[in-house]
Design a protein around this ligand. Sequence first.
Ligand SMILES: [Zn+2]
Length: 116
Amino acid sequence: MSTTNNVSVPAATRRLVANRAHYTCEYCLAEDADSFLGFEVDHIISRKHHGSNHEANLAYACPDCNRNKGSDIASIDWENREIVRFYNPRTDIWAEHFRLVNGSIEPLTTNRKSNR
Ligand SMILES: [Zn+2]
C-alpha cells in the first residue's frame, strides 16, 4: 500500500471527496461498488511534492490508479525518476483526455515529453 497517501486526510474530507466523485474512480471511472478493495483518496500533487490535504488536491481513486499502475494516467519523468500525472481530475475534463472504445479506456492525450 502506498505510504504517501492516506496520511492524515481527515475522515470528513475523505467522505467529501468520495461523494464528489460519486464513488467512482476519477481516473478510470471504475465504480467503488464494483470493488471489494477499498478505494482511496489520492493526492493529485503528491505530499512528497508538497501537495496539500485540501480537497482541491484530492481525487477519489481505485487501488490500481492510486498505485499509478495505469500508464494512461501518468508518464515517467526520467530526469527525476518520478511518475508525473498528466491528467488532473480537478482541473481537466475527462472526455478531453480519454474516450471509451468498446468498453475500454483509450487516452486521447499522449505523453507530453516533446513539450520542451
Ligand atoms: Zn481507477
